[in-house]
Design a protein around this ligand. Structure first.
Ligand SMILES: *Cc1c(COP(=O)(O)O)cnc(C)c1O
Length: 458
Protein backbone atom coordinates (compact mmCIF):
# COMPACT_ATOMS: atom_id res chain seq x y z
CA UNK A 1 0.00 0.00 0.00
CA UNK A 2 1.35 3.39 -1.05
CA UNK A 3 0.32 5.27 2.07
CA UNK A 4 -1.72 4.31 5.06
CA UNK A 5 -3.41 7.61 5.78
CA UNK A 6 -6.40 6.59 3.71
CA UNK A 7 -7.93 3.20 4.55
CA UNK A 8 -8.63 0.60 1.89
CA UNK A 9 -12.33 0.77 2.78
CA UNK A 10 -14.24 3.73 4.17
CA UNK A 11 -17.55 2.77 5.75
CA UNK A 12 -19.75 5.53 7.08
CA UNK A 13 -21.59 4.96 10.32
CA UNK A 14 -25.21 3.80 10.04
CA UNK A 15 -26.27 7.15 11.51
CA UNK A 16 -24.61 8.88 8.55
CA UNK A 17 -26.96 7.32 5.98
CA UNK A 18 -28.56 10.34 4.30
CA UNK A 19 -32.10 11.14 5.45
CA UNK A 20 -32.84 13.30 2.39
CA UNK A 21 -32.37 12.62 -1.31
CA UNK A 22 -30.81 15.42 -3.34
CA UNK A 23 -32.73 16.65 -6.39
CA UNK A 24 -30.17 18.09 -8.83
CA UNK A 25 -32.97 19.53 -11.02
CA UNK A 26 -33.49 22.25 -8.40
CA UNK A 27 -30.02 23.62 -9.18
CA UNK A 28 -30.22 23.27 -12.98
CA UNK A 29 -30.67 26.54 -14.84
CA UNK A 30 -31.94 24.69 -17.90
CA UNK A 31 -34.43 22.17 -16.53
CA UNK A 32 -34.87 18.79 -18.22
CA UNK A 33 -37.69 18.90 -20.79
CA UNK A 34 -41.06 17.61 -19.54
CA UNK A 35 -42.56 14.23 -20.48
CA UNK A 36 -45.12 14.52 -23.26
CA UNK A 37 -48.45 12.79 -23.66
CA UNK A 38 -48.00 10.39 -26.63
CA UNK A 39 -51.52 11.25 -27.88
CA UNK A 40 -51.59 15.04 -27.62
CA UNK A 41 -47.82 15.75 -27.54
CA UNK A 42 -48.48 18.19 -24.67
CA UNK A 43 -46.62 18.05 -21.33
CA UNK A 44 -48.04 15.27 -19.15
CA UNK A 45 -49.95 16.46 -16.10
CA UNK A 46 -49.98 14.62 -12.78
CA UNK A 47 -53.58 13.55 -13.54
CA UNK A 48 -52.57 12.03 -16.86
CA UNK A 49 -49.68 10.16 -15.26
CA UNK A 50 -51.84 8.82 -12.41
CA UNK A 51 -53.15 5.68 -14.21
CA UNK A 52 -49.54 4.60 -14.89
CA UNK A 53 -47.43 5.67 -11.90
CA UNK A 54 -47.86 5.93 -8.11
CA UNK A 55 -48.99 9.36 -6.88
CA UNK A 56 -46.04 10.28 -4.67
CA UNK A 57 -43.60 9.15 -7.38
CA UNK A 58 -45.38 11.41 -9.90
CA UNK A 59 -44.88 14.33 -7.52
CA UNK A 60 -41.17 13.48 -7.36
CA UNK A 61 -41.02 13.08 -11.14
CA UNK A 62 -42.42 16.57 -11.70
CA UNK A 63 -40.57 18.30 -8.85
CA UNK A 64 -37.95 20.59 -10.39
CA UNK A 65 -37.73 22.95 -7.43
CA UNK A 66 -37.05 21.24 -4.06
CA UNK A 67 -33.33 20.51 -3.69
CA UNK A 68 -33.89 18.04 -0.83
CA UNK A 69 -36.66 15.49 -0.37
CA UNK A 70 -37.08 13.59 2.91
CA UNK A 71 -36.44 9.85 2.78
CA UNK A 72 -39.25 8.17 4.76
CA UNK A 73 -38.02 6.39 7.90
CA UNK A 74 -39.17 2.94 6.63
CA UNK A 75 -36.88 3.35 3.62
CA UNK A 76 -33.95 4.55 5.74
CA UNK A 77 -34.51 1.46 7.92
CA UNK A 78 -34.40 -0.84 4.88
CA UNK A 79 -31.27 0.94 3.61
CA UNK A 80 -29.62 -0.07 6.90
CA UNK A 81 -29.75 -3.71 5.77
CA UNK A 82 -27.11 -3.08 3.11
CA UNK A 83 -25.98 0.53 3.42
CA UNK A 84 -23.87 2.57 3.79
CA UNK A 85 -21.96 0.94 0.93
CA UNK A 86 -18.17 1.12 1.11
CA UNK A 87 -16.00 3.63 -0.70
CA UNK A 88 -12.91 1.65 -1.62
CA UNK A 89 -9.45 2.99 -2.39
CA UNK A 90 -8.19 0.81 -5.26
CA UNK A 91 -4.64 0.47 -3.92
CA UNK A 92 -4.15 -2.89 -5.64
CA UNK A 93 -5.32 -1.61 -9.01
CA UNK A 94 -3.11 1.49 -8.67
CA UNK A 95 -0.15 -0.78 -7.97
CA UNK A 96 -0.92 -3.04 -10.92
CA UNK A 97 -1.15 0.00 -13.21
CA UNK A 98 1.90 1.63 -11.62
CA UNK A 99 0.04 4.93 -11.69
CA UNK A 100 0.43 7.99 -9.47
CA UNK A 101 -3.36 8.46 -9.67
CA UNK A 102 -5.49 7.77 -6.60
CA UNK A 103 -8.46 5.62 -7.58
CA UNK A 104 -11.63 5.23 -5.50
CA UNK A 105 -14.77 3.27 -6.22
CA UNK A 106 -18.19 3.20 -4.60
CA UNK A 107 -19.31 -0.43 -4.49
CA UNK A 108 -23.06 -1.00 -4.84
CA UNK A 109 -23.01 -4.78 -5.35
CA UNK A 110 -23.20 -5.74 -1.67
CA UNK A 111 -26.83 -6.86 -1.62
CA UNK A 112 -28.62 -9.93 -2.98
CA UNK A 113 -29.85 -8.16 -6.11
CA UNK A 114 -26.18 -7.43 -6.80
CA UNK A 115 -26.57 -3.84 -7.94
CA UNK A 116 -27.54 -0.28 -7.07
CA UNK A 117 -31.10 -0.87 -8.33
CA UNK A 118 -32.36 -1.79 -4.86
CA UNK A 119 -31.92 1.88 -3.80
CA UNK A 120 -34.84 2.92 -6.01
CA UNK A 121 -36.80 -0.37 -5.91
CA UNK A 122 -37.38 -0.06 -2.16
CA UNK A 123 -38.51 3.56 -2.52
CA UNK A 124 -40.92 2.76 -5.34
CA UNK A 125 -42.38 -0.26 -3.51
CA UNK A 126 -42.81 1.86 -0.37
CA UNK A 127 -44.87 4.53 -2.17
CA UNK A 128 -46.97 1.88 -3.93
CA UNK A 129 -47.75 0.26 -0.58
CA UNK A 130 -48.51 3.62 1.02
CA UNK A 131 -51.01 4.33 -1.76
CA UNK A 132 -52.78 1.07 -0.90
CA UNK A 133 -52.00 -0.67 -4.18
CA UNK A 134 -52.08 -4.46 -4.59
CA UNK A 135 -49.02 -4.67 -6.76
CA UNK A 136 -46.73 -3.31 -9.44
CA UNK A 137 -45.58 -4.38 -12.89
CA UNK A 138 -42.25 -3.82 -14.52
CA UNK A 139 -39.85 -5.02 -17.18
CA UNK A 140 -36.35 -6.35 -16.72
CA UNK A 141 -33.57 -6.91 -19.22
CA UNK A 142 -30.51 -8.49 -17.68
CA UNK A 143 -32.55 -9.08 -14.53
CA UNK A 144 -30.98 -6.82 -11.90
CA UNK A 145 -33.95 -4.46 -11.74
CA UNK A 146 -36.48 -7.30 -11.61
CA UNK A 147 -34.52 -8.92 -8.80
CA UNK A 148 -34.26 -5.68 -6.83
CA UNK A 149 -37.97 -4.96 -7.25
CA UNK A 150 -38.90 -8.52 -6.22
CA UNK A 151 -36.94 -8.08 -3.00
CA UNK A 152 -38.55 -4.70 -2.32
CA UNK A 153 -42.08 -5.96 -3.04
CA UNK A 154 -41.64 -9.00 -0.86
CA UNK A 155 -40.53 -6.72 2.01
CA UNK A 156 -43.72 -4.66 1.76
CA UNK A 157 -46.07 -7.55 0.85
CA UNK A 158 -46.83 -6.29 -2.67
CA UNK A 159 -47.51 -8.44 -5.72
CA UNK A 160 -44.79 -8.08 -8.39
CA UNK A 161 -45.26 -8.93 -12.08
CA UNK A 162 -42.05 -8.87 -14.09
CA UNK A 163 -41.84 -8.95 -17.90
CA UNK A 164 -38.38 -10.28 -18.65
CA UNK A 165 -36.82 -9.88 -22.10
CA UNK A 166 -37.12 -13.40 -23.57
CA UNK A 167 -33.46 -13.85 -24.45
CA UNK A 168 -32.46 -13.08 -20.83
CA UNK A 169 -35.27 -15.26 -19.47
CA UNK A 170 -33.76 -18.18 -21.36
CA UNK A 171 -30.08 -17.31 -20.82
CA UNK A 172 -30.35 -16.36 -17.17
CA UNK A 173 -32.53 -19.00 -15.51
CA UNK A 174 -30.91 -18.32 -12.13
CA UNK A 175 -31.85 -14.63 -12.16
CA UNK A 176 -35.39 -15.73 -12.85
CA UNK A 177 -35.30 -18.13 -9.90
CA UNK A 178 -34.04 -15.43 -7.53
CA UNK A 179 -37.05 -13.32 -8.52
CA UNK A 180 -39.42 -16.26 -8.01
CA UNK A 181 -37.82 -16.97 -4.64
CA UNK A 182 -38.84 -13.46 -3.61
CA UNK A 183 -42.37 -14.20 -4.82
CA UNK A 184 -42.42 -12.40 -8.18
CA UNK A 185 -44.37 -13.62 -11.17
CA UNK A 186 -41.94 -13.67 -14.15
CA UNK A 187 -43.16 -13.76 -17.78
CA UNK A 188 -40.87 -13.91 -20.84
CA UNK A 189 -41.52 -10.95 -23.18
CA UNK A 190 -42.98 -10.65 -25.76
CA UNK A 191 -45.79 -12.83 -24.43
CA UNK A 192 -49.34 -13.86 -25.28
CA UNK A 193 -50.59 -12.26 -22.03
CA UNK A 194 -50.94 -8.74 -23.50
CA UNK A 195 -52.41 -7.21 -26.68
CA UNK A 196 -49.11 -5.47 -27.49
CA UNK A 197 -47.17 -8.72 -26.90
CA UNK A 198 -49.47 -10.63 -29.24
CA UNK A 199 -49.08 -7.93 -31.89
CA UNK A 200 -45.28 -7.92 -31.60
CA UNK A 201 -45.23 -11.74 -31.83
CA UNK A 202 -47.45 -11.65 -34.92
CA UNK A 203 -45.30 -8.98 -36.60
CA UNK A 204 -41.94 -10.51 -35.58
CA UNK A 205 -42.35 -14.27 -35.05
CA UNK A 206 -39.41 -15.77 -33.17
CA UNK A 207 -38.23 -12.43 -31.76
CA UNK A 208 -36.14 -12.69 -28.59
CA UNK A 209 -37.59 -9.45 -27.27
CA UNK A 210 -36.24 -6.09 -26.21
CA UNK A 211 -36.45 -3.78 -23.23
CA UNK A 212 -38.75 -1.38 -25.10
CA UNK A 213 -41.15 -4.21 -25.88
CA UNK A 214 -41.19 -5.52 -22.28
CA UNK A 215 -41.94 -1.97 -21.05
CA UNK A 216 -44.99 -1.80 -23.33
CA UNK A 217 -46.32 -5.09 -21.93
CA UNK A 218 -45.74 -4.09 -18.30
CA UNK A 219 -47.47 -0.72 -18.82
CA UNK A 220 -50.44 -2.39 -20.51
CA UNK A 221 -50.93 -4.78 -17.59
CA UNK A 222 -50.56 -1.99 -15.00
CA UNK A 223 -53.10 0.29 -16.67
CA UNK A 224 -55.62 -2.49 -17.28
CA UNK A 225 -55.46 -4.19 -13.86
CA UNK A 226 -57.24 -2.75 -10.80
CA UNK A 227 -54.85 -1.78 -7.98
CA UNK A 228 -51.66 -1.96 -10.06
CA UNK A 229 -49.18 0.62 -11.26
CA UNK A 230 -46.06 0.47 -13.39
CA UNK A 231 -42.58 1.09 -12.00
CA UNK A 232 -39.33 1.65 -13.88
CA UNK A 233 -35.77 1.04 -12.71
CA UNK A 234 -33.88 3.74 -14.62
CA UNK A 235 -34.19 6.76 -16.92
CA UNK A 236 -36.91 8.60 -14.92
CA UNK A 237 -36.18 11.68 -12.80
CA UNK A 238 -37.52 9.95 -9.67
CA UNK A 239 -35.05 7.08 -10.09
CA UNK A 240 -32.10 9.46 -10.33
CA UNK A 241 -33.43 11.18 -7.21
CA UNK A 242 -33.44 7.90 -5.22
CA UNK A 243 -30.00 6.99 -6.53
CA UNK A 244 -28.59 10.28 -5.20
CA UNK A 245 -27.97 8.26 -2.02
CA UNK A 246 -24.89 6.86 -3.82
CA UNK A 247 -23.40 10.29 -4.47
CA UNK A 248 -24.35 11.72 -1.07
CA UNK A 249 -22.59 8.88 0.75
CA UNK A 250 -19.60 9.16 -1.59
CA UNK A 251 -19.32 12.88 -0.94
CA UNK A 252 -19.58 12.47 2.84
CA UNK A 253 -16.86 9.78 2.79
CA UNK A 254 -14.52 11.83 0.57
CA UNK A 255 -15.05 14.93 2.72
CA UNK A 256 -14.18 12.90 5.82
CA UNK A 257 -11.00 11.69 4.14
CA UNK A 258 -10.19 15.22 3.03
CA UNK A 259 -10.12 14.14 -0.60
CA UNK A 260 -11.39 16.28 -3.49
CA UNK A 261 -12.33 14.26 -6.59
CA UNK A 262 -10.87 15.43 -9.91
CA UNK A 263 -12.63 12.99 -12.23
CA UNK A 264 -15.92 11.16 -11.59
CA UNK A 265 -16.77 8.27 -13.89
CA UNK A 266 -19.86 6.10 -14.26
CA UNK A 267 -21.38 3.71 -16.75
CA UNK A 268 -24.56 4.91 -18.43
CA UNK A 269 -27.46 2.72 -19.55
CA UNK A 270 -30.52 4.77 -18.73
CA UNK A 271 -28.41 7.01 -16.51
CA UNK A 272 -29.62 6.24 -12.98
CA UNK A 273 -26.42 5.17 -11.22
CA UNK A 274 -24.40 7.89 -12.91
CA UNK A 275 -27.06 10.50 -12.18
CA UNK A 276 -27.08 9.38 -8.55
CA UNK A 277 -23.32 9.21 -8.15
CA UNK A 278 -22.67 12.66 -9.60
CA UNK A 279 -25.72 14.44 -8.11
CA UNK A 280 -24.13 16.34 -5.19
CA UNK A 281 -20.94 17.02 -7.16
CA UNK A 282 -22.94 18.32 -10.12
CA UNK A 283 -24.89 20.45 -7.65
CA UNK A 284 -21.64 22.11 -6.53
CA UNK A 285 -20.66 22.58 -10.14
CA UNK A 286 -24.02 24.13 -11.03
CA UNK A 287 -23.84 26.47 -8.03
CA UNK A 288 -20.29 27.47 -8.97
CA UNK A 289 -18.79 26.06 -5.75
CA UNK A 290 -16.45 23.47 -7.25
CA UNK A 291 -15.48 21.93 -10.54
CA UNK A 292 -15.20 18.29 -11.54
CA UNK A 293 -14.64 16.36 -14.77
CA UNK A 294 -17.60 14.03 -15.07
CA UNK A 295 -17.53 11.21 -17.64
CA UNK A 296 -20.41 8.98 -18.77
CA UNK A 297 -19.28 5.69 -20.31
CA UNK A 298 -21.47 3.81 -22.75
CA UNK A 299 -21.01 0.80 -25.04
CA UNK A 300 -19.81 1.54 -28.58
CA UNK A 301 -22.61 -0.78 -29.74
CA UNK A 302 -25.33 1.33 -28.07
CA UNK A 303 -23.95 4.90 -28.17
CA UNK A 304 -26.90 7.10 -27.11
CA UNK A 305 -24.84 10.05 -25.85
CA UNK A 306 -21.94 9.95 -28.28
CA UNK A 307 -23.83 9.28 -31.50
CA UNK A 308 -27.52 9.77 -30.63
CA UNK A 309 -29.80 12.71 -31.29
CA UNK A 310 -31.12 15.08 -28.60
CA UNK A 311 -34.80 14.80 -29.40
CA UNK A 312 -38.20 13.77 -28.10
CA UNK A 313 -38.63 10.03 -28.45
CA UNK A 314 -40.75 7.16 -27.25
CA UNK A 315 -39.45 5.37 -24.18
CA UNK A 316 -40.83 2.01 -25.40
CA UNK A 317 -41.28 0.06 -28.62
CA UNK A 318 -45.07 -0.05 -28.33
CA UNK A 319 -45.20 3.77 -28.08
CA UNK A 320 -47.62 3.66 -25.15
CA UNK A 321 -45.37 5.49 -22.64
CA UNK A 322 -44.91 9.26 -22.42
CA UNK A 323 -42.29 10.78 -24.71
CA UNK A 324 -39.05 12.03 -23.20
CA UNK A 325 -36.53 14.49 -24.58
CA UNK A 326 -33.21 12.75 -24.43
CA UNK A 327 -30.16 11.59 -26.32
CA UNK A 328 -31.60 8.65 -28.23
CA UNK A 329 -30.89 6.17 -30.98
CA UNK A 330 -34.61 5.82 -31.72
CA UNK A 331 -37.02 3.50 -29.90
CA UNK A 332 -36.66 0.90 -32.65
CA UNK A 333 -32.89 0.61 -32.15
CA UNK A 334 -31.67 -2.79 -30.91
CA UNK A 335 -27.94 -3.40 -30.32
CA UNK A 336 -26.34 -6.10 -32.46
CA UNK A 337 -26.82 -9.68 -31.27
CA UNK A 338 -23.17 -10.10 -30.24
CA UNK A 339 -23.47 -7.32 -27.64
CA UNK A 340 -23.01 -8.85 -24.18
CA UNK A 341 -22.13 -5.91 -21.98
CA UNK A 342 -25.56 -4.62 -20.92
CA UNK A 343 -26.47 -0.90 -21.07
CA UNK A 344 -28.68 -1.66 -24.07
CA UNK A 345 -31.38 1.01 -23.64
CA UNK A 346 -31.90 3.23 -26.72
CA UNK A 347 -32.31 6.47 -24.74
CA UNK A 348 -30.88 8.30 -21.73
CA UNK A 349 -32.21 10.14 -18.67
CA UNK A 350 -33.58 13.60 -19.56
CA UNK A 351 -31.64 15.11 -16.64
CA UNK A 352 -28.30 13.75 -17.83
CA UNK A 353 -29.17 14.54 -21.44
CA UNK A 354 -29.72 18.20 -20.56
CA UNK A 355 -26.53 18.37 -18.47
CA UNK A 356 -24.55 16.80 -21.31
CA UNK A 357 -26.16 19.11 -23.85
CA UNK A 358 -25.16 22.09 -21.68
CA UNK A 359 -21.53 20.93 -21.60
CA UNK A 360 -21.53 20.12 -17.89
CA UNK A 361 -20.39 16.53 -18.41
CA UNK A 362 -18.56 14.44 -21.00
CA UNK A 363 -19.37 11.10 -22.58
CA UNK A 364 -17.27 8.43 -24.18
CA UNK A 365 -17.93 4.99 -25.65
CA UNK A 366 -15.91 1.80 -25.30
CA UNK A 367 -15.85 -1.54 -27.13
CA UNK A 368 -16.85 -4.65 -25.27
CA UNK A 369 -13.61 -6.64 -25.60
CA UNK A 370 -11.79 -3.70 -23.98
CA UNK A 371 -14.48 -3.64 -21.29
CA UNK A 372 -14.04 -7.33 -20.44
CA UNK A 373 -10.26 -6.94 -20.47
CA UNK A 374 -10.66 -4.24 -17.82
CA UNK A 375 -13.16 -6.41 -15.91
CA UNK A 376 -10.69 -9.30 -15.81
CA UNK A 377 -7.82 -7.11 -14.67
CA UNK A 378 -9.98 -5.57 -11.97
CA UNK A 379 -11.28 -8.95 -10.74
CA UNK A 380 -7.76 -10.31 -10.46
CA UNK A 381 -6.30 -7.43 -8.47
CA UNK A 382 -9.24 -5.99 -6.50
CA UNK A 383 -11.02 -9.29 -5.86
CA UNK A 384 -14.53 -8.25 -6.90
CA UNK A 385 -15.99 -9.88 -10.04
CA UNK A 386 -17.64 -6.85 -11.64
CA UNK A 387 -20.85 -6.65 -13.66
CA UNK A 388 -20.18 -6.04 -17.38
CA UNK A 389 -22.10 -2.75 -17.06
CA UNK A 390 -19.88 -1.54 -14.22
CA UNK A 391 -16.80 -2.60 -16.18
CA UNK A 392 -17.42 0.20 -18.68
CA UNK A 393 -16.57 2.62 -15.87
CA UNK A 394 -13.57 0.49 -14.83
CA UNK A 395 -12.24 0.66 -18.40
CA UNK A 396 -12.26 4.45 -18.46
CA UNK A 397 -10.97 4.77 -14.88
CA UNK A 398 -8.00 2.60 -15.92
CA UNK A 399 -7.46 4.67 -19.07
CA UNK A 400 -7.50 7.92 -17.08
CA UNK A 401 -5.10 6.44 -14.50
CA UNK A 402 -2.74 5.41 -17.30
CA UNK A 403 -2.83 8.98 -18.66
CA UNK A 404 -1.76 10.15 -15.18
CA UNK A 405 1.18 7.78 -15.43
CA UNK A 406 2.33 9.62 -18.55
CA UNK A 407 1.89 13.07 -17.07
CA UNK A 408 2.95 12.16 -13.54
CA UNK A 409 -0.21 13.69 -12.07
CA UNK A 410 -1.72 12.23 -8.89
CA UNK A 411 -5.33 12.88 -9.81
CA UNK A 412 -8.19 11.61 -7.65
CA UNK A 413 -10.36 9.37 -9.82
CA UNK A 414 -13.72 8.21 -8.44
CA UNK A 415 -15.90 5.68 -10.23
CA UNK A 416 -19.13 3.82 -9.56
CA UNK A 417 -18.84 0.05 -9.28
CA UNK A 418 -22.53 -0.61 -9.73
CA UNK A 419 -22.65 -4.35 -9.23
CA UNK A 420 -21.35 -7.88 -9.39
CA UNK A 421 -21.30 -10.10 -12.47
CA UNK A 422 -22.13 -13.59 -11.18
CA UNK A 423 -25.15 -13.90 -13.47
CA UNK A 424 -23.15 -12.72 -16.48
CA UNK A 425 -20.86 -15.70 -16.77
CA UNK A 426 -22.10 -16.52 -20.28
CA UNK A 427 -20.60 -13.20 -21.37
CA UNK A 428 -17.40 -13.89 -19.42
CA UNK A 429 -17.28 -17.36 -21.00
CA UNK A 430 -17.39 -15.81 -24.47
CA UNK A 431 -14.55 -13.51 -23.50
CA UNK A 432 -12.50 -16.32 -21.93
CA UNK A 433 -13.03 -18.50 -25.02
CA UNK A 434 -11.79 -15.67 -27.24
CA UNK A 435 -15.16 -15.58 -28.99
CA UNK A 436 -16.16 -12.06 -28.05
CA UNK A 437 -16.20 -9.59 -30.93
CA UNK A 438 -16.88 -5.88 -31.22
CA UNK A 439 -19.57 -4.43 -33.40
CA UNK A 440 -19.90 -0.73 -33.88
CA UNK A 441 -23.09 0.26 -35.67
CA UNK A 442 -22.56 2.05 -38.99
CA UNK A 443 -24.14 5.43 -39.72
CA UNK A 444 -26.63 3.54 -41.90
CA UNK A 445 -27.58 1.27 -38.97
CA UNK A 446 -28.20 4.34 -36.82
CA UNK A 447 -30.14 6.15 -39.55
CA UNK A 448 -32.79 3.41 -39.37
CA UNK A 449 -33.36 4.16 -35.69
CA UNK A 450 -33.44 7.94 -36.26
CA UNK A 451 -36.03 7.49 -39.03
CA UNK A 452 -38.48 6.31 -36.37
CA UNK A 453 -38.17 9.46 -34.24
CA UNK A 454 -41.53 11.18 -33.80
CA UNK A 455 -42.07 14.70 -35.11
CA UNK A 456 -42.55 17.02 -32.18
CA UNK A 457 -42.93 20.75 -32.69
CA UNK A 458 -43.16 22.48 -29.34
C1 LIG B 1 -28.96 -1.53 -14.53
C2 LIG B 1 -27.52 -1.48 -14.29
C3 LIG B 1 -26.72 -0.47 -14.85
C4 LIG B 1 -27.23 0.57 -15.80
O1 LIG B 1 -28.33 1.30 -15.42
P1 LIG B 1 -28.27 2.86 -15.14
O2 LIG B 1 -29.67 3.24 -14.93
O3 LIG B 1 -27.63 3.51 -16.30
O4 LIG B 1 -27.46 3.01 -13.90
C5 LIG B 1 -25.39 -0.45 -14.52
N1 LIG B 1 -24.84 -1.37 -13.73
C6 LIG B 1 -25.57 -2.37 -13.19
C7 LIG B 1 -24.89 -3.37 -12.33
C8 LIG B 1 -26.93 -2.46 -13.44
O5 LIG B 1 -27.65 -3.43 -12.90
Amino acid sequence: MKENKIPYKTYLDESEIPTKWYNVRADMKNKPAPLLNPGTLQPMTAEELAPVFCEELIAQELNNTDPYIDIPQEIVDFYKMYRPSPLIRAYFLEKALDTPAHIYYKFEGNNTSGSHKLNSAIAQAYYAKKQGLKGVTTETGAGQWGTALSMACSYFGLDCKVYMVKVSYEQKPFRREVMRTYGADVTPSPSETTAIGRKILADHPGTTGSLGCAISEAVEVATSTEGYRYVLGSVLNQVLLHQSIIGLETKTALDKLGVKADIIIGCAGGGSNLGGLIAPFMGEKLRGEADYRIIAVEPASCPSFTRGKFAYDFCDTGMVCPLAKMYTLGSGFIPSANHAGGLRYHGMSSVLSQLYHDGLMEATSVEQTAVFEAAEKFARVEGILPAPESSHAIRVAIDEALKCKETGEAKNIVFGLTGTGYFDMVAYQKYNDGEMTDYIPTDEDLAKGFAGLPEVNL
